[in-house]
Structure formats: C-alpha cells, structure tokens
Design a protein around this ligand. Structure first.
Ligand code: BES
Ligand code: ZN
Ligand code: ZN
Length: 514
C-alpha cells in the first residue's frame, strides 16, 4: 500500500516555437522565462518572439524595483503581466554559475516550487537557455515533486487550499533544438527519477512496515516487466551459503534476514558485469551495544545503501543500458533479542575469515563482508558498495559529501567524473595499511572495531577491503551523512527523509564500466 503512489505525475512535453506556430498560439496561461543581466540592459533569453514583449516588460519591472538577485533562487510571479495572452509571467534570473548541470537541476526544483506555491498547475517554459541541460532540469522538477505523505490520513490546511499541483510543463524551444533529443532527455529523467523516488520511498517506510522480507517483496513487485531478474535467499539459504555475518547480525531480531540478488543482462554474456552492493539494515538499534534513544528513529534509514542499489538496478533496467549488472543487498534488522550477538562473539564470514564482534553496533560491515565475498566470487569488472556505515563519516563530511574509499586512483577519477554528471558530491578519504592493522582481532582474524581511536570511516573501509578480491577494482561509498535529511542543502530533496543519494552516480558509473 504505502508504495503505490505515483510520485511523478507531471507531464512534460517539448514544443517548437517556430515562425508559423507562435509561442502564443496554444499554451497555458503562464510562461516561465529566464533573464540575464546584459551589458546595457537585462535580456530575456530564449525564443526571440518573446524577447521584444518580455524584454520591455522585464526592463520596466526592474526599473520599478524588481531585483535580479531576488529572482535567482525563487523567481517571481508577475500576475499583472499581460504578454500576448499569458496572464502570469514567472521570471528567473540566471548568472554565470547557472551554467552547470547541477545549477539546472536546482533551477528545475526552484521553478517547480515557485509554480506550486503560486498554485499554477501548468506552464510554458521558454527553455532555450536551459536546453543543454534538459535532463538535469527535468530531474530537478521530478525530484522536487516527490513527497512522502502516504501515512497522513488528513491533508493539512495548506494542502486543502491548494486545489492543484503542477501537472503539465511545456518546454518551448527554438527551431535549432532537436525535439527528439529533448524528448529523450525528458524520458531518461522520468525513468531515473522514478527509481530515485522509489529508493526514497523504500528508505522512508519505517522498520515495522519495511522488514527484510517486505523490502525483497517490494523489489520483486517493482522489477516486474523491467527485465530485471530478482532472486531472494531466505534464512535457510543464507545459512547454507555460509553468510555468517548476515546470519549473526539477524539473530537478535524476531524477523528473518534476506539476501536480495538482482541481475540485468543488457550485453553479451561474455561481458563482465558491474556489481553494486548495498547495506540493507531495515532497522539498526545497535543490538546489545544499544544506541542512545535520541534520534534512534533515524535508523530506519540504515537500509539506504541497499535501497540505492535497488534503485540503481531498476534504473539500469528501465533505461535499457547495454551492459551487464548485478545488485546485491544483504537485508536484516539489528536488534538486542535473546539470541543477539554478544560483545566478544566470533562470527565466520562466507570467505572463511573469522571476526570478533566487540561492538554489535558495527554491524554494517558484518553483513557486507559476506556480500562482498560473494560479489568477488562472481568475478565482476568492478564492485561498488554503498552503506550508511559510520557516524565518523558524518563527523568528517557532514551531510554535504558522500565519503568514497578506494586505493585505485583511476577508479577514483572515474567516480569523480560520474559524480560531476550526477551532481552528487563525493570526497575521497583514505584507506591505508595502517587502517588494516588497526582492525586485526585478538582472538579472531579481524575485529569489527578499531583498536585505536579516530579514523573510524577509514578503518571501516579497511575492514570491508579484506573481503574483496585484490584483482577486482572496488570502491566503498559511505553515505551515512547524505542518505537522509539533506533538504537544507539541496532544494530537490525533501526537508526531511531519504534523499535517494547515489542512484544517479551509480547509473553514471554503470554507463562508464558497462
Ligand atoms: N548505522 C550506523 C552508522 C550511522 C550512525 C549512520 C549515525 C548514520 C548516522 C552504524 O551501524 C554504526 O552504528 N556504526 C558505528 C560503528 C562504531 C561502533 C565502530 C558508529 O559509527 O558509531
Ligand atoms: Zn550500527
Ligand atoms: Zn548500521
């Protein structure tokens, strides 16, 4: 039930503003225009047929006190305007900084917010100046349109008063832009954002309604008809496959773990797959090393590495990328039930290495060690994992950057390239042999916590590294700071709740490595 809402009901079309079909001929009553400070006066960008009327209007408004700076982020709706038969003119000001694709994503979100708050349900957009970043702009609109209100039984007052939400946008472009290219960009953005928003949904649903079993069921349901093959291992299979970490972490919980395997074949069988692994802790109480109660409810988001991988695999399939890809999500709760791991307990990983569990709250690495060992057995071209792994990463990078860890310089560069396209901020943190030494166990091969203080995000990464085949390029993404509550930074994310982070970057990486 909770995931059945349509998170992107906005219809976005392309329309050519050629000489014969004037931009005024068939349109909603609102037009969004972008202006820029020119040498002598403010110019309206885009369709020349608009320039004259709107240029004069904008100039007179600016002379009468409308400030360009005020128009940069939130725009302005001018209801007094009467340009052609448009009743509303929405003006946004662009500057040099507006040229990046991330700026266009943010602009898409601002335009959406401006229309929504002014209860405008459909608009033309004089799109020429943004056309180069059409996909990013549309992503901004569709990501900003996401909400998570399925569990509210009553609308709040503001919603009662708002009869409409934005339902249609027409991107109006001059003849020189190819409608086919723009239409492709729009449909790519729709598919991608549907998957980011699905990942957000999975993250936002609380632990009682998103157990490992329900996470697997939701994945199977969403994958229907996409070409993605989903296989789910139950507890018995997890035992049989010697996933000692995943099983161990699940012991304190009343619900069984799952291991979700997603496979997509879009290229020849001989082509090595790209492999994504995600931490799927449907709730992390800390176990016997229990967490303080303040903000513990946020630990429903401890599955967001897993949900990023599910979103990524769905997007790869829906976009029909010509690659092979595998997604692996170990899913469990971490609870302090009677059979829970006790500090000091020793677990054996899939690859035979033994681990002392000195802190049951460092559980993410215990479930990932099995998944990474299994991933290595599949001999993929590359392995990427995403996990809300350490509070230390939040201390280092806040909710601004995702921490990335790899010793492979070339891979680091490719990740930076992918993140540049996606607009998701990543920052490389070290893994060094010193970090590995700090994770040695006293009674077992490894310990799940460091023997020294500090560098907690790096020692966690060094622990994971012990389970990846040395010949396979691998990078770890610690999304502990960026997986939720980033709306204070990014206007296309809800103020609170899951961000869907890394789906966009992982899809770009899949394109690079596939
Ligand atoms: N899920 C947490 C990490 C986390 C904490 C993510 C806060 C986001 C916000 C993880 O399982 C955990 O508890 N890690 C411990 C490891 C420590 C015991 C070595 C941590 O970071 O405190
Ligand atoms: Zn934990
Ligand atoms: Zn955790």
């Amino acid at each position: 039930m909770p995931l059945d809402h349509d998170s992107s009901p906005i219809q976005i079309n392309v329309r050519s503003a050629n000489a014969k079909t004037s931009i005024k001929d068939k349109h909603p009553s609102t037009i969004v225009v972008f202006v820029r400070k020119g040498k002598s006066k403010t110019e309206v960008l885009g369709d020349p047929s608009l320039n004259k009327q709107l240029g004069e209007l904008t100039e007179s408004l600016l002379q009468n006190g409308l400030k360009l700076d005020d128009l940069k982020k939130s725009g302005a709706v001018l209801r007094l305007a009467n340009v052609g038969s448009y009743k509303n003119v929405v003006i946004f000001s662009l500057d040099e900084k507006s040229k990046s694709s991330e700026a266009s994503r943010s602009l898409g979100a601002s335009v959406y917010a401006c229309l929504k708050s002014n209860k405008i349900d459909s608009a033309d957009i004089a799109f020429g100046p943004i056309a180069a970043h059409a996909q990013a702009f549309v992503e901004g609109v569709l990501l900003a349109a996401y909400d998570f209100k399925q569990f509210k039984t009553k609308k709040n007052d503001a919603e009662k008063d708002a009869p409409t939400c934005v339902s249609r946008l027409d991107l109006v472009v001059e003849k020189k832009f190819s409608p086919a290219t723009l239409e492709k960009a729009i449909s790519t953005a729709h598919e991608l954002c549907d998957c980011v928003n699905f990942a957000r949904d999975l993250g936002n649903v609380p632990g009682n309604l998103m157990t490992p079993e329900l996470l697997a069921d939701a994945t199977i349901k969403k994958a229907k008809g996409t070409g993605l093959k989903v296989t789910v291992w139950d507890r018995a299979r997890i035992v049989k496959e010697k996933f000692g970490g995943l099983l161990g972490v699940s012991l304190g919980s009343a619900v069984d773990p799952r291991f979700i395997i997603m496979e997509y074949n879009g290229a020849a069988k001989s082509k090595k797959p790209v492999c994504f692994v995600g931490k799927g802790l449907t709730f992390d109480s800390g176990g016997i090393s229990i967490k303080p109660s303040a903000a513990m409810e946020e630990m429903k988001f401890d599955k967001c590495g897993g949900t990023a991988v599910i979103g990524t695999m769905l997007a790869i399939a829906k976009l029909k990328l010509k690659i092979n890809a595998i997604g692996l999500v170990p899913a469990t709760e971490n609870m302090p039930g009677p059979l829970a791991n006790k500090p000091g307990d020793i677990l054996t990983a899939r690859n035979g290495k033994t681990v002392e569990v000195d802190n049951t709250d460092a559980e993410g690495r215990l479930i990932l060690m099995d998944a990474l060992s299994y991933a290595s057995e599949l001999k993929p071209a590359v392995i990427f994992d995403a996990a809300t792994l350490t509070g230390a990463c939040v201390v280092a990078l806040g909710n601004i950057h995702t921490g990335i860890f790899t010793r492979d310089k070339k891979l680091r560069k490719k990740i930076a390239d992918a993140a540049e396209i996606s607009g998701e901020l990543v920052w490389a943190l070290p893994i060094h042999d010193h970090h590995v030494s700090d994770m040695k166990g006293t009674y077992a091969d490894l310990c799940n916590i460091s023997s020294v203080k500090g560098a907690g995000a790096s020692t966690a990464a060094a622990f994971l590294e012990q389970f990846v085949d040395k010949d396979i390029p691998w990078a770890h993404f610690d999304i502990a700071g960026t997986a939720w509550h980033v709306g204070n930074r990014l206007n296309y994310c809800t103020k609170k709740g899951a961000s869907g982070v890394m789906v966009r970057t992982f899809v770009e990486l899949a394109k690079i490595f596939g």
